[in-house]
Design a protein around this ligand. Sequence first.
Ligand code: ADP
Ligand code: MG
Ligand code: ZN
Length: 479
Amino acid sequence: MKLKVMEYETIIGLEIHAQLKTNSKIFCGCSTAFGAPPNTNTCPICLGLPGVLPVLNQKVVEFAIKLGLATNSNINKFSQFARKNYFYPDLPKGYQTSQFDLPIVGQGNVEIEVDGQKKKIGITRIHMEEDAGKLTHDEVEPVSYIDLNRTGTPLLEIVSEPDLRSPAEASAYLKKLHAILRYLDICDGNMQEGSFRCDANISLRPYGQTAFGTRTELKNMNSFRHVESALEYEIRRQRDLLLEGESVVQETLLWNPDKNCTESMRGKEDAHDYRYFPCPDLVPIAISEEWIEEVRSGLPELPDQRKTRLVDQYGLPNYDAVILTADRQLADYFEETVSAGGKAKKAANLIMTELLRELKERAITECRVRPHQLAALLMMVEEKSINGKIAKTVFQSMMESGKDPMVIVKEQNLLQVSDEGELVALVRQIIYSHPQQAEDYRNGKTKIMAFFVGQLMQRTKGKANPNIANELFVRELAG
Ligand code: ADP
Ligand code: MG
Ligand code: ZN
């Protein structure tokens, strides 16, 4: 008997929290610096003591307008702060100052690209709010510690429409927003430190059905990889439930990266429980057309624009341009390499393969090889001082030592041998000691050339110029 297996469509919507790179907090003058001793960056306002009045940090509004414009969104000329009431030990005021029905940014969209397919993902809203404090639970004693340095750190929450249809799309969207925030220089994007966090809402529905299924919300994902793995896991879990005829329970789940599974955190709290109301301590925010235009004129080149420019200006394939522009500093690195003399496509190849692999999770700014050194390496290959294979070895040493490629090539005696006189004796010797192969070659098995060149490479430790090696064998075998 053939079982008909029901196929489900995945629906994903993301809520992203971006910590803003302002010097001071959103409603007081305290520093936002990460890593200060606990509870030192605090004052009566961010501690939520009674009788204090918050004052809005203008930079936060400017940053929100920037992000709104960069995501093709409406800037609401009139918006308001609201109190989101709940109790938690990391929230001394008993409410979070956020925005509710009148957020600063309304509908917009960003474009993503997955497998060469472009797609626009809707932005529902972007609003300003304050971060809460940080709780640390002692692993031995039944004690928890509270650090209120983070309370009042400005956040932008970016809510997407449920337009994403796969973990790959969710990841591309997340990376695009990460890139935009970094290009705008309004968020450092550090996921480990929590300056860029994401909650993912996910549900399944049978293909063809218009109504959405019941969703779960995934929290605690502090890397792009975790987001994808958590979503993959949750798709399987929900699908198994549905196929068994069971239903998905709406709840909040935590991704456990060690066990590779999601764990229930709490049932979905009812949104109405927050009893939102306009914050009486803060005047509504009125934004003038002039201010919006002023911010617009100061916008930097954004990832999509830069991608298009890299394709036009350097003739790079779209694929390369997408990878290189995902990170502003990486794109800078590429362009600096090219302006220092590296050929564009060659530079892109080396960066996208060797360099990114060696860097692993580290930022490009921590790379020991500087763009002018990479350019020098590429030029040595171009001038045939070394061949491509040796270049990879030299590059490895550069990553380890930070030395210039010329120094490494000299130290390790890696200069390519292009001198015919030096090579021809070896070529003759190789032909002499492989009469059968030579015979085969002369009888038309020209593929055997690779064998001969390989032999020469072995004897020269990879330093023979492959073109010259080829020419010499052709000549000597004919003779
Ligand atoms: P909440 O107030 O609980 O956070 P929202 O309605 O504001 O809920 O939605 C939060 C996020 O969940 C949005 O990004 C939205 O796109 C997404 N979302 C809503 N419904 C679904 C669903 N059925 N499946 C997947 N994502 C959804
Ligand atoms: Mg939510
Ligand atoms: Zn303060």
